[in-house]
Write a protein that binds this ligand. Structure first.
Ligand code: TYD
Length: 213
């Protein structure tokens, strides 16, 4: 499950897992970064600001995201797949291509490191929850305000512009790989988005021989 912040990935992945379970299909759900105990350490390094004010250079950040992915694949994803289980991930390689690409890392570098870390492993299917960042970041702000009681009202144009670039990189991936990536509009309420995902997914699962009504 891919998409920009506030597009509803975590809600939808939970709902999808519950639906698959109701069909008698067991699934493993995980996320990147931070899918194993050691990956959580990498996540903290990536996302928590350091007291010194120093921030990661784009290349160092890229390698940390890939360190997280290599560990997650080795410790969690590959063993689950080998045992024949279905794995649903909240973010995977397209996030790196979209976010670190939008930070200025070139496609050739992404291809090379991606090949080292992923090998031939690719998701069978990717759901891209697509929406305008103005609306999705507004959701994030409201969520933050609800938990911290503080609402940042000023929209940072640079921030917004970065997320617009991330969105268009996600859409470019979807356009390049229409067989793998299903684009689902995500601006509606969670019930409508859940239905839209299921309507796109159920026929594919049926074709794959899975017991879906
Ligand atoms: P997270 O709290 O998981 O965000 P969200 O709830 O929106 O998924 O934080 C993940 C952040 O890391 C998010 O800003 C996207 C970014 N990210 C990358 O820049 N590159 C990556 O490869 C991945 C997996 C995430």
């Amino acid at each position: 499950m891919e998409g920009i912040e506030g597009s509803g990935k975590s809600t939808q992945i939970r709902r999808l897992a519950a639906r698959l379970n109701r069909c008698g299909i067991p699934v493993e759900v995980s996320k990147e970064p931070g899918g194993t105990p050691l990956c959580k350490e990498i996540r903290r390094l990536l996302l928590e600001p350091h007291a010194s004010g120093e921030t990661w250079s784009p290349k160092a950040e890229l390698l940390l995201f890939y360190a997280d992915r290599a560990q997650h694949l080795a410790e969690f994803v590959a063993p689950a797949l080998e045992e024949g289980r279905m794995v649903l991930l909240d973010r995977f390689d397209d996030s790196t291509r979209a976010y670190q690409g939008a930070q200025g890392i070139g496609d050739a570098v992404l291809d090379r490191i991606g090949e080292v870390v992923l090998g031939r492993l690719k998701p069978n299917l990717t759901i891209l929850l697509d929406m305008d960042p103005t609306a999705s970041l507004d959701r994030v702000e409201q969520r933050n305000a609800a938990t911290s009681g503080f609402r940042e009202t000023r929209f940072d144009e640079e921030h917004l512009d970065f997320h617009r670039r991330v969105r268009s990189r996600f859409l470019a991936i979807a356009q390049k790989e229409p067989q793998r990536v299903v684009v689902v509009p995500a601006q509606d309420g969670p019930d409508a988005v859940e239905e839209a995902i299921w309507n796109r997914l159920a026929p594919l699962l049926r074709t794959a021989g899975l017991p879906v009504e």
